[in-house]
Design a protein around this ligand. Structure first.
Ligand SMILES: NC(=O)c1ccc[n+]([C@@H]2O[C@H](COP(=O)([O-])OP(=O)(O)OC[C@H]3O[C@@H](n4cnc5c(N)ncnc54)[C@H](OP(=O)(O)O)[C@@H]3O)[C@@H](O)[C@H]2O)c1
Length: 337
């Protein structure tokens, strides 16, 4: 029986998580019963949402219990099995934890039967996983972009934001991305096809509103929000009549107390709509989106950058990259060869 290193939550973080909130524990993997299998996790998806699961408050998933591994999506190979549906050596994924081995009892795990659907196995955590699916459904179903419209995206150089910009272009829209720093803004245009880029760092709310007005002289039809705070307030000021605001994430507030949004009156005067998005509401439709996303990836129409750090002992610094903005694409932790 192999030993299992697991990254446990032992204290609820106040603000930005610190090492004392976690413990790397080593334990034995259990002897398998009939129907069970052991997944050797190779890659762990690090997502901003994990910060919310660390808090003790109602959400779309229960809080992580203290003493449990930090909940995360993983992919890996079946290492031991007493379940014919999950044979040794097969790739599988699931919402598991940051741990070297996850115990499978059948439910909650998916066999990754077609390894050739996408260029890299990690794409199951990025372009055709939760990231691609979020960009696809949140933009197309909630944002309802039409050819010729202007789409503004915050967190535009990140995993979700980079795909949103590219899908909006595929739908014939003009795209404007907001990101932190000159280098990321250059990549918005060179790598993700954005028509214009705005560097939010060092800008006041008024500066941001002015920059958006300059980049979108005809106004914004769809605003895709990943960040919140001053960026959302500035974007609201640029909305066109019947504009749509997709509330996908508010990462600027995940480690702080919520801040007010002042310009919601714009929704009234523009007859506009702001709607929250949560991917779990679209599970029944994943089957229609995955083939389309995979086709775009294979055809080179959708670029997905992945930022892969290594080692389960580096789980916290790798996770914190999401809040520091030092990730260049989908944040993934590799914990096995
Ligand atoms: N609703 C859903 O179902 C769903 C599903 C998946 C993801 N999401 C949301 O989508 C958003 C993006 O997630 P992701 O996985 O793609 O992460 P990501 O964009 O790859 O990484 C997070 C990025 O957010 C930016 N950021 C962090 N703190 C910031 C702050 N205080 N102000 C401005 N920007 C900040 C950083 O980019 P800069 O360097 O540009 O600052 C950072 O690189 C998150 O809000 C997440 O919660 C929602």
């Amino acid at each position: 029986m192999p030993t299992n290193r697991r990254f446990l939550l032992i204290r609820r973080p106040h603000g930005t998580p610190v090492p004392e909130d976690f413990q790397l524990e080593t334990s034995e993997t259990p002897a398998l019963e009939e129907g069970q299998f052991l997944l050797r996790n190779h890659y762990v998806s690090l997502d901003p949402a994990m910060r919310g699961w660390m808090d003790d408050r109602p959400s779309y998933l229960p809080p992580i219990s203290l003493g449990d591994p930090v909940r995360a999506s993983t992919i890996g190979r079946i290492a031991e099995s007493r379940n014919p549906d999950f044979p040794v050596g097969a790739w599988a994924s699931g919402l598991n934890g940051i741990e070297e081995y996850s115990l499978g009892q059948g439910g909650g795990f998916t066999r990754l039967v077609d390894e050739t659907a996408v260029p890299k196995i990690t794409n199951y955590l990025s372009s055709i996983g939760a990231i691609g699916l979020t960009a696809y459904f949140a933009l197309l179903e909630v944002g309802q972009p039409k050819a010729g419209e202007t789409v503004l995206v915050s967190g535009a150089a990140g995993a979700v934001g980079s795909l949103v910009g590219q899908i909006a272009k595929l739908k014939g829209c003009r795209t404007i991305g907001i990101a932190g720093g000159a280098e990321k803004c250059a990549r918005l245009i060179s790598d993700y096809g954005y028509d214009a880029a705005i560097d939010y760092r060092g800008k006041s709310g008024d500066d941001l509103a002015q920059a958006i007005r300059e980049a979108a002289p005809n106004g914004v039809d769809v605003h895709f929000e990943n960040v919140g705070g001053e960026i959302l307030d500035a974007a609201l000021l640029a909305l066109n009549p019947r504009g749509r605001v997709v509330l996908c994430g508010l990462i600027s507030q995940y480690n702080t107390a919520p801040k007010p949004t002042y310009n919601v009156w714009q929704l009234i005067v523009q007859g506009a709509r702001m709607e929250g998005f949560i991917l779990t509401h679209y599970v029944h439709r994943f089957g229609e989106a995955v083939p389309q996303l995979a086709e775009w990836v294979r055809a080179g129409k959708l670029r997905m950058d992945e930022h892969i750090d290594e080692g389960i002992e580096n789980a916290l610094p790798a996770f914190l990259r999401l809040f520091e903005g030092t990730n260049q694409g989908k944040m993934i932790l590799k914990i096995a060869e």
